[in-house]
Ligand binder design. Structure first.
Ligand code: KIV
Ligand code: NA
Length: 265
C-alpha cells in the first residue's frame, strides 16, 4: 500500500473520501490498524488515561509521547503518524519548537497542539521549520482543570463563531489539519466547509472530513460510562480485533459512523 501523506489526506478531503483514524501507542496495534487501512495513527496524550491509568492527560510528558511514538514508528505504518504535544510542552515558542523536534525525531510526521489562534506564531515557525501541525480545537482535554470537567464546546453562537474564526486563522498560519473535539455537528460542518485543510472529528458529528477514536474506547476496553460519541466496534465482531477495526474503517468511509446517536446538537 502507498504511504499516506498530508497531500493524500488533502486530496481525500477534496474528493469527499472520509479519513479514518485511531490512536495507537505501540508497534503491534499500529501494524494491525495499518493492515486494516486506517489512514492516520495518533500517539495521543490519552495514553495518560488508557495506558497509565491517570485521571486526565495533564501528567503526560514529552518523554512519554517520544517513547510511544518510537514504538508506533517501529511498525513502519503506511498510515500518517501524528503525535500529541503534551500539557505545557509549548508554553513558550522555544520549548514548543524543541519538543516538536523531539517528536519528529522519534518518528512523528505531524504534531498536534491543543489551542486556538494564540498559537498562530508558533504554528508558522513549526511549519517553516518542516514540522506539519494539526490544531486541536473545541474541547481541549489539557484544560480540564480550568473547564471543571469535559463538556461540549461551541454550543452558543459567540463560542461557535470564535471557533470558526480561530480555525480560519490557524489555516492561514499554515496548520495542515484541524481536530475538533466535542462540538455540535452543525459547527463542525461549518468549520469543515470554511477551511481547505482536513478536519478530523471526535464527538463532532458526521460532517467532518474524517473521524478519530481512542483505540481502547472503540475496542470496548475502557470501563465505566462510555462517552456519547464512542461506539464499541468489538460488540459485533465475534471477538476479532481486526474485524472490529475493519468495521470502524468501513463505517467511517461509508458514512455509517458517527450517527446522530454519537453526535451533539
Ligand atoms: O489524545 C488523544 O487520544 C486525542 C484524541 C482523542 C483526538 O487527542
Ligand atoms: Na490528545
Amino acid at each position: 500500500m502507498n504511504k499516506i501523506t498530508l497531500s493524500r489526506l488533502a486530496h481525500m478531503k477534496q474528493k469527499g473520501e472520509k479519513i479514518a483514524s485511531l490512536t495507537a501507542y505501540d508497534a503491534s496495534f499500529a501494524a494491525l490498524f495499518d493492515q486494516q487501512a486506517v489512514d492516520m495513527l495518533l500517539v495521543g496524550d490519552s495514553l495518560g488515561m488508557v495506558l497509565q491509568g491517570k485521571g486526565s492527560t495533564v501528567p503526560v510528558t514529552v518523554e512519554d509521547i517520544v517513547y510511544h511514538t518510537r514504538a508506533v514508528a517501529a511498525a513502519k505504518p503506511n498510515a500518517l503518524l501524528m503525535a500529541d504535544m503534551p500539557f505545557m510542552s509549548y508554553a513558550t515558542e522555544a520549548e514548543g519548537l524543541a519538543n516538536a523536534a523531539q517528536l519528529m525525531r522519534a518518528g512523528a510526521e505531524i504534531v498536534k497542539l491543543e489551542g486556538g489562534a494564540w498559537m498562530c506564531d508558533l504554528v508558522r515557525k513549526m511549519v517553516r521549520g518542516g514540522i506539519p501541525v494539526c490544531a486541536h480545537l473545541g474541547l481541549m482535554p489539557q484544560q480540564v482543570n480550568l473547564l471543571s470537567g469535559y463538556k461540549v464546546q461551541g454550543r452558543n453562537d459567540a463560542q461557535a463563531t470564535s471557533i470558526i474564526d480561530e480555525a480560519v486563522q490557524l489555516e492561514h498560519a499554515g496548520a495542515n489539519m484541524l481536530l475538533l473535539e466535542c462540538v455540535p455537528s452543525s459547527l463542525a460542518q461549518s468549520v469543515s466547509q470554511q477551511v481547505s485543510i482536513p478536519v478530523i472529528g471526535i464527538g463532532a458529528g458526521a460532517y467532518c472530513d474524517g473521524q478519530i477514536l481512542v483505540m481502547h474506547d472503540m475496542l470496548g476496553v475502557t470501563s465505566g460510562k462510555r462517552p456519547k460519541f464512542v461506539k464499541d466496534f468489538m460488540a459485533d465482531s465475534n471477538g476479532s480485533i481486526a474485524s472490529a477495526v475493519a468495521a470502524y474503517v468501513s463505517q467511517v468511509k461509508n458514512l455509517q459512523f458517527p450517527t446522530a446517536e454519537h453526535s451533539f446538537k
